[in-house]
Design a protein around this ligand. Structure first.
Ligand code: ATP
Length: 264
């Protein structure tokens, strides 16, 4: 991958509550315009990596104890999450967090606050989100808490998009969703990447689906990177197949074919 990185993570270590080590020496690169997958099982350190980048670990008594993180060429180790969002780096938290008692549209509006948009910009951005997720337009006045899991994931992603991001850190988008909805979410990610040039760092336990869409991936285990490579290389690793019992061999083989098609 030759594009200059939009994100560079160099040898970072993270500790929670000053004594629980969660990451040790994690390094990764997201080239501008790429979709990069961050794979691993429960507790491997995916969320911690994303939160270290977005500075959200501090809210959980987590601390970046060593290493460097660079976004668009600038060191961001100590930046606050709002400043990062205003600069186009946003995170979609695991579990499709929405403000349950606010309408779908109000949830989306909240995502634009970091940009302080004019009324016209806000309305144009909402129209754009409804173009991407037509279902949210139909549900725009519904309370987010009463929408389906898939719709809530769309609200969470839509809210991030309202910040007009250059890089989205997307945490476990497939979690708890039906396969058809997962497919729809990933197709949207692919379209945003292709049409708008948005880069993604995508944390997923479901390696089969993530590697169908990502060009490159990293595998985390116990807070360390244990494998990295192109989607095709990773799909060929027996250890990756063994590590993801949730992904049947048929799924992984299907993903390998899909990945080859995309790269052909
Ligand atoms: P999952 O898919 O289950 O969310 P993950 O790969 O995202 O897993 P993390 O949530 O980053 O993994 O967790 C990495 C390690 O850090 C785990 O051992 C976890 O128990 C620990 N950890 C995560 N959050 C905290 C916290 N707030 N305080 C203490 N330890 C934490």
């Amino acid at each position: 991958m030759s594009a200059a990185p939009i994100l560079q993570v160099d040898d970072i270590a993270v500790t929670y509550s000053q004594l629980i080590p969660a990451l040790r020496g994690v390094s990764l690169t997201v080239p501008a315009g790429a979709i990069v997958a961050l794979l691993g099982g429960n507790g491997a350190g995916k969320t911690t990596t994303l939160k270290a980048i977005s500075s959200l670990i501090r809210a959980e008594r987590g601390e970046l104890t060593s290493g460097h993180i660079t976004y668009r060429g600038d060191s961001i180790g100590n930046a606050d999450p709002w400043t990062l969002a205003a600069r186009g780096l946003v995170q979609v938290l695991e579990g499709r967090r929405c403000f349950a008692h606010l309408s779908v549209e109000d949830n989306l509006r909240l995502g634009s606050f970091v940009r302080r948009p004019t009324r016209g910009d806000l309305s144009a951005d909402l129209d754009r989100i409804y173009e991407i997720f037509p279902r949210l337009k139909e549900r725009r006045l519904a309370l987010a808490g009463y929408t389906s899991g898939g719709e809530q994931q769309m609200v969470a992603i839509g809210r991030a998009l309202m910040a007009r991001p250059a890089l989205v850190l997307l945490d476990e988008p497939s979690m708890g969703l039906a396969p058809q909805v997962v497919e729809e979410i990933f197709e949207t990610v692919a379209a945003l990447n292709r049409d708008d040039g948005v880069s993604f760092l995508l944390a997923e336990q479901n390696a089969a689906i993530a590697l169908r869409y990502a060009q490159f991936g990293y595998v985390l285990e116990s807070g360390r990177v244990v494998a990295q490579g192109t989607a095709q290389t990773l799909l060929g690793l027996d250890t990756l197949r063994d590590a993801y019992l949730g992904s049947s061999k048929a799924d992984v083989d299907g993903a390998a074919r899909g990945s080859r098609r995309l790269q052909a």
